[in-house]
Design a protein around this ligand. Structure first.
Ligand code: C5P
Length: 308
């Protein structure tokens, strides 16, 4: 499938896109464009949405799976916007029918919407035979949202700026996470607004990742990484959703190595020593009845990938 001729024959392209968690999320000052300056470490994890693209005259988007009833099919949908952006940038005249099968919770702090946009970018450029490089796609992705570039890249990366300026991070080892999916949703802008209201105005212009965090990542020592997990948005997320305290306490009681609210929440990610401890933790969290769903995932995993 490497020649332009063979792409022309494709009836459908399917792309798998991972979710992300932030191992570190340091938030700096609010910029004039409404975004906050970030220093974050992203890790892509094995919870996937699937985006299928097939030829059409117009752009349509159909969403099924987890939380799909909360997503609009139209122009506000980030995958729809991604398809239109590719059309405009490359002067494509044909359309695409996008089918999204969701596993990543919507408004859960795991970049579910951004994953679909990343998937749509890759699926559309592949379907339409556009010779875009990864760098081209990453540049387009940054115009759709702060997390979209990372979901194309995957693995583990340091994010700066709004989160879209990426540097791959050296990371050793496989991480076993238990995700507690919340029954509710949190709006990212609202969490950042609450963060501003709760935080003194003299925030650093450029927040930093402590060197010991980078060293812990390269060491592959899970316990060292566990000691470095930090998310500046935690007080804001917990103040908007106080039920999160019960989720966090249940994971601590069940013996997690560490916990972190993923992005702006409300998904809580619990780090386990190994696969068997992760399984025990998942059982304990499920029985505690504090989460809508409990998922075992591993990371880092690759970013958006075209399926055979
Ligand atoms: O880029 P994305 O559309 O995912 O961001 C959603 C909202 O989250 C932004 O409009 C902004 O209010 C907030 N945000 C922020 N700083 C960031 C990323 C997101 O304030 N670095």
């Amino acid at each position: 499938m490497s020649t332009a001729e063979s792409w022309d024959d494709l009836p459908e392209v399917r792309v798998r896109v991972p979710a992300k968690i932030n191992l570190t999320l340091r938030v700096g000052h609010a910029r004039s464009d409404g975004y906050h300056e970030l220093a974050t470490i992203f890790q892509a994890v094995s919870l996937y949405d699937e985006v299928a693209a097939s030829r059409s005259d117009a752009i349509t988007c159909t969403v099924t799976g987890v939380d799909s009833h909360t997503i609009g099919p139209g122009k506000d949908n980030l995958a729809f916007r991604a398809a239109r952006l590719v059309q405009q940038e490359y002067g494509v005249r044909e359309g695409v029918d996008l089918f999204i099968d969701k596993r990543i919770p919507v408004a859960g702090g795991m970049a579910g919407g951004s994953a679909d946009a990343a998937g749509a970018l890759l699926a559309c450029t592949t379907l339409w035979g556009i010779p875009a490089t990864t760098d081209d796609l990453i540049a387009l992705a940054g115009r759709l949202g702060a997390d979209v570039p990372f979901l194309l890249m995957g693995g583990c990366a340091l994010g700066r700026g709004r989160g879209e300026i990426l540097t791959p991070a050296l990371s050793r080892g496989l991480y076993h996470w238990v995700l507690a999916l919340s029954p509710g949703q949190l709006s990212t802008p609202e969490v950042f607004r609450r963060f501003d209201a709760m935080t003194p105005a003299d925030l650093p212009r450029t927040p930093e990742i402590p060197p010991e965090t980078m060293m812990a990542l390269t060491s592959g020592n899970i316990r060292r990484v566990a000691a470095c997990l930090v998310n500046d948005l935690t007080p804001a997320a917990c103040s908007l959703m106080p039920e999160l305290h019960a989720v966090i306490n249940a994971g601590r009681d069940a013996g997690c190595l560490a916990w972190i609210i993923s992005g702006s929440g409300p998904t809580v990610a619990f780090l386990a020593e190994d696969e068997s401890s992760a399984m025990d933790l998942a059982v304990a969290l499920s029985s505690a009845g504090v989460a809508r769903d409990v998922r075992l995932v591993t990371g880092p995993v690759p970013g958006a990938t075209v399926l055979p």
